[in-house]
Design a protein around this ligand. Structure first.
Ligand code: ASP
Length: 296
């Protein structure tokens, strides 16, 4: 067995201006990101799988109200929380994805149950919630997800009828957003996980890129594992995560080259903003440099 492993996590794309981020708040963000990273690291260090490491790292961020996933999910137009998540492993290309789910405490755990126990890959809405109950996943009351800051975001968005990406610079108080993890374990197996509340004021059963295999989440041991964040509509249209894997497989690009090509050359032509984290089978990590920047 190899003795090396890698893990990368993200808490959404975007730029937070130093003036908008008081230092105690920055410390809190860093604390949870660090905890998520260490949780994944420990699992990988003790010989655990990339799948488990990614899941458990994402659970930490879902439980933290600062991020737009699980507990801190943004509000929909109707004032609810509809969560999306996906998990994929690169050895057998097994995947589990869920969308439009309400009340499930940890959407990424539900995605993992789908991956492990369902004949299907992608469950949505009420059916996914039934599946969650059958698999004894924890549920929470709507008040658990109702963060005061998210409520203000939603009320502002309702006034202008905007569907708002979480990290848009126009918010008075920016917060990090969607969460994700990619990992390569000691056996060289890859996994990717992404979890989100989507976009503030979304409606009509809107689904973003995060739970779509190949768009916001993808893993294949032959190439890489990818978790994306950004304006989902553009990431769906660009099939971003799979495109990065394809550039590696068919054109021989490195994980860093492929990530940069897609995020900095191809996506801007479509018009979408966002970023990715990615890892290859040798444990090399690539990321678009706009993830979670804090500008001094
Ligand atoms: N990609 C997510 C979505 O469109 C949002 C985000 O990454 O902040 O649902």
């Amino acid at each position: 067995m190899r003795k090396t492993y890698s893990i990368a996590i993200h808490g959404g794309a975007g730029t937070i201006r130093r003036v908008d981020l008081p230092s105690e708040k920055e410390r809190e963000y860093r604390k949870y990101l660090q905890l998520a990273l260490e949780t994944g690291q420990k699992i990988l260090q003790s010989g655990g799988t990339a799948l488990t490491a990614c899941t458990e790292a994402v659970v930490i961020l879902e439980d933290c109200p600062l991020f737009n996933a699980g507990r801190g999910s943004v509000f929909t137009h109707e004032g609810e929380h509809e969560m999306d998540a996906a998990l994929m492993e690169g050895e057998h290309l097994k995947a589990g994805a869920i969308s439009l789910v309400k009340g499930v405490r940890n959407p990424i755990r539900l995605a993992k149950s789908v991956l492990l126990h369902s004949h299907h890959v992608f469950l949505a809405g009420k059916g996914a919630e039934v599946f969650a109950r059958e698999h004894e996943l924890a549920f929470e009351a709507p008040s658990y997800f109702a963060d005061a800051f998210r409520k203000t975001q939603w009320q502002e968005a309702l006034k202008t009828d905007q569907i708002q990406l979480d990290h848009s610079a126009s918010w008075p108080d920016n917060k990090f957003g969607t969460v994700g993890a990619v990992a390569c374990d000691q056996k060289g197996n890859l996994a990717a996980a992404t979890s989100t509340g989507g976009m503030t004021n979304k409606r009509y059963g809107r689904i973003g890129d995060s739970p779509l295999i190949g768009a916001g989440t993808y893993a294949n041991n032959k190439t890489c594992a990818v978790s994306a964040t950004g304006h989902g509509e553009y990431f769906i249209r660009g099939v971003v995560a799979y495109d990065i894997a394809c550039l590696m497989e068919y054109q021989g690009l490195s994980v860093a080259e492929a990530s940069n090509r897609v995020i900095h050359q191809k996506q801007p032509q479509l018009g979408g903003e966002g970023g990715v984290i990615a890892v290859d089978g040798a444990g090399n990590v690539g990321s678009s440099p706009i993830l979670n920047q804090i500008i001094g």
